[in-house]
Design a protein around this ligand. Structure first.
Ligand code: NAD
Length: 297
C-alpha cells in the first residue's frame, strides 16, 4: 500500500517521518520546499501538487492548518481529488470543522474514494514518538482498513462515530486546552507577583488539584525557558477556539469561558505572537504586570 502525506509542518513532518521509517513507500507535498528536503533524505518521493500525491498513493494523509486550506488541497485546482481513483482513502489529520469534512467526504464518495476525519492530540512529542491519540470519524469498514497504518502514528486510536465525529471530539478537546492555557497564564503571573518562583509553583501545583496537561507540557519546556518556538502555535489554538465558537453558535449555546480564552489568544495575535507556541499568551500578562515567571527570584 503506497502512502501520501500533504502538509509537513510541526506535526506532519514527524508523522510522515514515522511512515517513512516504517519502510512504507511515501509520496509527499508541501508548499514550503524546506519541509520536503528532510523527508526526501529519508526516502520519500517529492510530488509537485496534491493531485500528484493523489495519483501516486493509495492512502493520502493531510496535516494542514485550517478548513479553507484542506478544502483547496482536496477539491481545488490540482487537488487530491483530481488525481485519485476509486478505492483510495483520504485521511485528514488536521483540526477542522465537521461541515467542511462532510462536504469533502461527499465529493470524495462520488469518485468512490473513502474520506476519514482523524484529528490528533498529543503534540509534536506524541507525533515523534507515535503515541498520538487519534479520533476517527467515518464508516467503520473504512476505518478498519487503515487501522494498521494509523497504529504507526498513534497509541490511542478510537473510531468515535460517523464522518465529522472525529472533528467534533477534537473541537471539544481543544476548547478545554485553550481555556486551561488561559487560566494557567493568569495563575502563574499572579503567583509570581505574590513572590512565588515558577519552580515552586510547578512542583506544588503539579502534585495538587490545580494540575493540568498545560502545566506539565508548557511550564518547564516553554515558559521557564522563555522559548516559544512551536509546538502548537497561538494561531492554531485561536483557530480551534473559533471552531468551538462557530459550532456553539449553530446550537445557540453561549460559551463564556471559551470566549474569554479566545480574547487572550486574540491579544497575543495582536502583539505579533501568532506564530509562537500557544504558551506565549503568558507574555500578555507578564508585560501587563511587569514580571516574568521564569525570573529566579
Ligand atoms: P504547521 O503550520 O506547523 O504545518 C502546516 C503545514 O502545512 C506547513 O508545512 C505548511 O507549509 C503546509 N501547508 C500550508 N498550506 C498548504 C497547501 N496549500 N498545500 C500543502 N501544504 C500546505 O501546523 P501543525 O502544527 O503541523 O498543525 C497541522 C494541523 O494539526 C492543524 O490543523 C493543527 O490545528 C493540528 N494539530 C496541531 C498540533 C500541534 O501540537 N502542533 C496538535 C494537534 C493537532
Amino acid at each position: 500500500m503506497k502512502l501520501g502525506f500533504i502538509g509537513l509542518g510541526a506535526m506532519g513532518k514527524p508523522m510522515a517521518g514515522r511512515l517513512a521509517g516504517a519502510g512504507r513507500e511515501l509520496y509527499v507535498y508541501d508548499v514550503q520546499k524546506g519541509a520536503l528536503d528532510e523527508l526526501e533524505t529519508r526516502g520519500a518521493k517529492i510530488c509537485r501538487s496534491p493531485e500528484e500525491v493523489g495519483r501516486a498513493a493509495d492512502i493520502i494523509f493531510l496535516s494542514l492548518p485550517n478548513s479553507a486550506i484542506v478544502k483547496s488541497v482536496v477539491a481545488g485546482e490540482n487537488g487530491v481529488l483530481a488525481g485519485v481513483q476509486e478505492k483510495k482513502c483520504i485521511i485528514d489529520l488536521s483540526s477542522v470543522d465537521p461541515t467542511t469534512t462532510r462536504a469533502l467526504a461527499a465529493q470524495a464518495g462520488l469518485k468512490g474514494v473513502e474520506y476519514l476525519d482523524a484529528p490528533v492530540s498529543g503534540g509534536v512529542s506524541g507525533a515523534e514518538a507515535g503515541t498520538l491519540t487519534i479520533m476517527v470519524g467515518g464508516p467503520e469498514a473504512a476505518v478498519n482498513k487503515v487501522m494498521s497504518i494509523l497504529e504507526i502514528l498513534g497509541k490511542n486510536i478510537r473510531h468515535v462515530g460517523d464522518t465529522g465525529a472525529g472533528d467534533a471530539v477534537k473541537i471539544v478537546n481543544n476548547m478545554l486546552l485553550g481555556a486551561n492555557m488561559a487560566s494557567l497564564a493568569e495563575a502563574m503571573v499572579l503567583g509570581r507577583k505574590l513572590g512565588l518562583s515558577g519552580e515552586v509553583m510547578h512542583e506544588i501545583i503539579g502534585s495538587g488539584s490545580g494540575k493540568s496537561y498545560v502545566l506539565d507540557a508548557k511550564l518547564e519546556k516553554f515558559i521557564m525557558k522563555g522559548n516559544f518556538t512551536p509546538g502548537f502555535a497561538v494561531d492554531l489554538q485561536y483557530k480551534d477556539l473559533g471552531l468551538a465558537a462557530d459550532a456553539a453558535k449553530n446550537e445557540q449555546m453561549p460559551l463564556p469561558m471559551t470566549s474569554q480564552a479566545m480574547q487572550l489568544f486574540e491579544m497575543a495575535r495582536a502583539r505579533g505572537y501568532g506564530r509562537e507556541d500557544m504558551s506565549a499568551v503568558i507574555k500578555i500578562w507578564e508585560e501587563l504586570m511587569n514580571v516574568e515567571v521564569r525570573e529566579n527570584r
